[in-house]
Design a protein around this ligand. Structure first.
Ligand code: IPD
Ligand code: CA
Ligand code: CA
Length: 295
């Protein structure tokens, strides 16, 4: 399998270990600052708006945290481009670029459910290189870079060596377009729930990836994701010894929106099931017709 590789991307970008270490500490500081801002709004939001698709929210906390993250990055790495969820792209997107999700888990946050994060990943030619994910309620920041390793706070982390779905705890999510699409992950969710010890739905893709990296969950799959959901977490999982791909074991692509992340011994079993379920997706598991959903 032709896997993406953050170490190869770092080399192509000609980043030394010292520079990688500096950049990951910048990402860490920016993520921690963003997450602290989120906490100052937690439980006392002044504005919640819908961004268009049903359930896709933005709050004043998303915007305030993004502002702070952008300020830290502009001060410390003024030449690096950015792609930020709420304010968009600035600078060349193909060189070194920060991918910023100021609040991953907005729905959780808006409901006072304490599972959310600030996620900041660095990509080079659309390949995740390094990143940091701050989960303020747990007082945990996950971070990693090639040559520096993967960590939670100051402890090294590693994916599990789980081999069988029957022994696995998985995690997934459902994109906001699920109301409009029959390819909505419902069939896959049924199959994996049947085959594993359990499937969790955390509601924050960056945290789902961080938990796979730390061995709290054995594997993760999801579709419909954006580069800011994935960049940091994908790099950290890879640095924690995990395997990253698209569905069907296809090479991972940041812009495809599909990801499978797991320990290397379990990863093939996940892609095998996704392959098996593909023809059934949205057909045989009672997913209502799009028109029947009033959309
Ligand atoms: C969402 C979360 C969720 C995932 C969605 C994402 P947001 O990000 O990561 O877990 O299922 O697809 O869009 O909107 O909370 O930043
Ligand atoms: Ca997100
Ligand atoms: Ca977000």
């Amino acid at each position: 399998m032709d896997m993406m590789n953050c170490a190869a991307a770092a080399q192509a970008a000609q980043l030394s270990t010292d520079e990688l270490n500096r950049l990951v500490q910048v990402a860490r500081r920016a993520a921690d600052r963003g997450a602290a801002e989120l906490m100052s709004h937690y439980g006392r939001l002044s504005s919640i708006e819908n961004k268009g698709r049903q359930g896709d929210l933005v709050t004043n906390a998303d915007l305030a945290a993004e502002r702070i993250v952008l300020d830290v990055l502009a001060e410390e790495t003024p030449t690096i481009a950015v792609l930020a969820e709420e304010s968009g792209a600035e600078g060349s997107q193909d060189g070194l670029r920060w991918c910023i999700d100021p609040l991953d888990g907005t729905t959780n946050f808006a409901h006072g459910y304490p599972f959310f994060a600030t996620s900041i990943g660095l990509t080079y030619q659309q390949i995740p290189v390094l990143g940091a994910i701050a989960v303020p309620f747990l007082r945990e920041t996950y971070w990693g870079a090639p040559g520096v390793g993967a960590h939670c706070n100051d402890q090294p982390i590693h994916v599990t060596d789980c081999t069988r779905l029957e022994d696995a705890l998985l995690v997934t999510g459902f994109a906001y377009d699920r109301h409009q699409r029959l390819d909505n992950n419902y069939a896959e969710f049924c199959w994996f729930t049947h085959r594993t010890r359990g499937v969790r739905r955390g509601g924050a893709a960056a945290v789902d990836l961080a938990f796979v990296a730390a061995g709290r969950q054995d594997g993760y799959w999801e579709r419909g994701l954006s580069p800011w959901d994935l960049a940091a977490g994908v790099a950290i999982v890879e640095l924690a010894g995990g395997m990253i791909s698209g569905y069907d074991g296809q090479p991972f692509s940041l812009n495809d929106g599909r990801v499978v992340a797991a320990g290397p011994r379990l990863h093939p079993a996940i892609t095998e099931v996704l392959d098996l379920v593909k023809p059934l997706s949205g057909k045989d598991f009672g997913a209502p017709e799009v028109t029947a959903m009033g959309s």
